[in-house]
Design a protein around this ligand. Structure first.
Ligand SMILES: Nc1ncnc2c1ncn2[C@@H]1O[C@H](COP(=O)(O)OP(=O)(O)OP(=O)(O)O)[C@@H](O)[C@H]1O
Length: 692
């Protein structure tokens, strides 16, 4: 028997292809002869007699009618989305704005109707070439018309061509009184079963995921509360339940405003997004952090994490202690760096600014000018302050050890390599700061490797083959003239330019003499405190000598001198006690004191100790001739005859306390004379104290 025929008619080939392949899939083509004709082909492709005509849209009715053979009937195909394709739409959050993209206004509106009818809750906006649409939309859904999607759309869900629905197939089978329709229903049902299975798997998968998530969130140390966009609690972990004392009460699914303790609720409401704040609640201090959850630009709720501040402090403390135990901590802050002179203050001001950045710093200055101190202060004022500070001194480590210490090594990298390998300083400094001290002493080979690390921010262990990315801030220092070293070929120019990004020059102490009294006073306080002794002062002469000294060892040397004085000085330090003026201050002190005692005894015996001291004091103000000196003494109430004065000056000269110039040159005090005066002052001081 000849098969009855069904003719699909549409404007576009796509519909015809889809209808024909559906006929094959559902077995309809076994029961009927299937044909597909485009509307524009009707003039030269006649419809078979007795064929049932199925048109794709009501708009074709008028056009097709005139080509309909006698006795043929025409029905309009009803269409639906395939279930498989609809799955893509299920992933779009509900209530979100979505653009429905189609080729014509008609199909765009049709599709919107269909999606609404499937119960999917989106704000749908029609779009077809040339149409206007809200520009804040980020997602588009299209039935196989992806080429029309406007370019700025971030996500496109192609739900494919709409397929012919069950009622249309039923109409076809009923038209021909064909009982095979059950077969078609079965096949359509099968695809539904498949979808249901898929959905079931997905639900199970989602359930499992939520269980995993719950286990993870319960395992973390913070208290966590997640609310949806309507402030309904969707998740709360055990830690939060314990902290808020909500035991026994099930508050998931409840309004946060009602279920959380009201003062707590109001506090967390004031919390700005992604800002860590300290909040006092129930006699305890908490650390709050709130994060908003967005999906495809839509607010879906918020996550509140909180924890008692003491717990965090303890964690930080433990972490710092671990770093301390490994020696990976910078102890100095900017407050520990002394210096009031404008030139030094300027240096500190620049360094404070630089500290906040991540760029490489090069500290230049003579030995003892405070380069390491400053490197530590920079680290402690930087966002990396809680992370390790690793100091490497290139002058202090042998070349053979340096490479493996800097970069670490893998197990078996060389004979004697430790089992399990060894972590290098660059790795240890990850997230923190590495201080490359005395960089001018790095060998050529080390310079090459350093250059690579600075360029690529990656290291490779000795004997290893994998690169380890590192996030490190580099502070380098040197007291050598790197530019000259480049000229001599001992320092790589490219390494120098990598290091010399933010150079800081630390001035030598002799260029900021005005700082010396101030520094001396700070160090006196420091060492007096350390030695649990009362603070002392320096005589005017001693301070002057300190200021005039060149200080080749800079502040380190000055500090050492003050520490030394803190051990030997009683109330006031004198010139003769300054170690840099004499080879061996302490031993000289012993001998010199004895000599001074003898002089005091001799002058006292002769009854002119006071006059000798007065003469020395006058000469300390400046060298002068005998006549002027006599007048000055007179002015201070001491009248000495010129004979007597000549004698006294002779004696002072023979004791090397003054130098007498030839002719009219007059006399001046010697450094021994200065020290003798200091001795007298000290002696008088002691005497006074004794009397009181
Ligand atoms: N401005 C300062 N304020 C207080 N103390 C300082 C200052 N500068 C240096 N010091 C002291 O001097 C000592 C030496 O400083 P530091 O080690 O930082 O110098 P450096 O320039 O790195 O020396 P070197 O080049 O020899 O390594 C420090 O221990 C510190 O006590």
């Amino acid at each position: 028997m000849e098969k009855k025929s069904v003719t699909f008619i549409a404007k576009m080939d796509e519909f015809l292809h889809s209808a024909v392949s559906q006929c094959v899939e559902l077995g309809v083509s076994d029961d009927f002869h299937i044909e597909g004709i485009r509307v524009d082909q009707l003039a030269f492709r006649p419809i078979a007699e007795g064929s049932l005509v199925v048109i794709s849209s009501p708009s074709l009715e008028g056009m097709v009618e005139s080509y309909l053979p006698q006795g043929s009937k025409m029905i309009i195909a009803k269409r639906m989305f395939s279930y498989q394709n609809l799955r893509g739409m299920l992933e779009i959050p509900k209530g979100i704005k979505v653009l429905l993209v189609s080729d014509t206004p008609e199909t765009a509106y049709d599709n919107i109707e269909l999606i609404r009818a499937s119960g999917l809750d989106f704000e749908l906006y029609p779009y077809y070439p040339g149409a206007d649409y809200p520009k804040d939309i980020e997602i588009a859904v299209t039935p196989g018309e992806a080429e029309h999607v406007p370019p700025h759309i971030r996500k496109v869900v192609d739900i494919g061509f709409r397929v012919i629905d069950l009622s249309t197939w039923l109409a076809i089978y009923t038209h021909f009184d064909n009982d095979n329709f059950q077969k078609v229903t079965m096949r359509i049902m099968q695809s539904l079963v498949y979808i249901t299975k898929e959905l079931n798997n997905e639900i199970q998968h989602a359930h499992l995921l939520s269980k995993y998530l719950e286990a993870i969130v319960n395992g973390i140390e913070d208290a966590v509360i997640a609310c949806d966009e309507e402030e309904i609690i969707r998740f709360i972990n055990q830690k939060a339940i314990d902290s808020l004392n909500l035991r026994g009460a099930s508050i998931v699914g409840e309004k946060a405003a009602v279920s959380l303790p009201s003062d707590f609720y109001h506090l967390q409401q004031q919390c700005e997004e992604n800002e860590d704040i300290l909040v006092d609640w129930a006699n305890k201090t908490y650390f709050f952090r709130k994060t908003h959850i967005f999906m495809e630009g839509r607010f879906l709720g918020s996550l509140l994490l909180f924890r008692q501040a003491v717990e965090i402090e303890k964690l930080e403390h433990d972490y710092r202690m671990r770093l301390y135990s490994k020696g990976l901590v910078a102890k100095y802050q900017f407050d520990d760096i002394y210096g009031e002179s404008p030139s030094f203050q300027k240096v500190l001001q620049i360094a404070r600014k630089i500290a906040r950045s991540n760029s490489t710093v090069l500290l230049l200055g003579e030995t003892g000018t405070g380069k390491e101190l400053l490197a530590q202060a920079i680290h402690n004022a930087s966002p990396r302050r809680r992370e390790p500070f690793v100091g490497v001194n290139f002058a202090a480590i042998s070349e053979s050890l340096l490479e493996s210490e800097l970069f670490g090594y893998e197990e078996g990298a060389f004979t004697g390599a430790r089992k399990g390998g060894h972590i290098g300083w660059f790795e240890l400094a990850h997230k923190g700061t590495i201080f490359l001290d005395e960089i001018g002493d790095a060998s050529g080979a080390i310079q090459n490797r350093l250059l690579r690390v600075l360029q690529e921010r990656q290291i490779m262990r000795v004997g290893g083959n994998k690169v380890i990315p590192t996030d490190i801030r580099v502070v380098a220092a040197t007291n050598q003239d790197l530019k000259q070293m480049i000229a001599e070929g001992t320092f790589r120019a490219d390494l120098y330019y990598r290091l010399n990004i933010l150079p800081i020059h630390l001035p030598p102490l002799r260029h900021r003499q005005e700082d010396i009294p101030w520094l001396v006073e700070r160090f006196i306080r420091k060492y007096s405190y350390d030695l649990r002794r009362p603070p002392f002062t320096l005589s005017k002469e001693a301070m002057k000598a300190m200021q005039e000294y060149e200080w080749p060892g800079n502040i380190r040397e000055l500090e050492n001198v003050v520490e030394y004085l803190a051990h030997i000085v009683e109330d006031e330090g004198f010139v003769y006690q300054l170690p840099f003026l004499v080879e061996n201050a302490e031993s000289l002190d012993d001998g010199f004191s004895e000599e001074c005692e003898q002089l005091v005894e001799e002058y006292s015996k002769r009854g002119f100790l006071e006059e000798m001291a007065a003469i020395l004091l006058e000469l300390q103000q400046g060298g002068t001739g005998r006549y002027a000196l006599s007048e000055q003494l007179e002015a201070h109430g001491l009248s000495i005859s010129s004979q007597q004065l000549r004698y006294r000056l002779k004696l002072l000269q023979s004791n090397e306390l003054i130098q007498v110039g030839k002719g009219r040159q007059g006399s001046k005090i010697s450094s021994k004379g200065e020290q003798f005066l200091d001795f007298l002052k000290r002696r008088n001081g002691k005497g006074n104290r004794h009397e009181s």
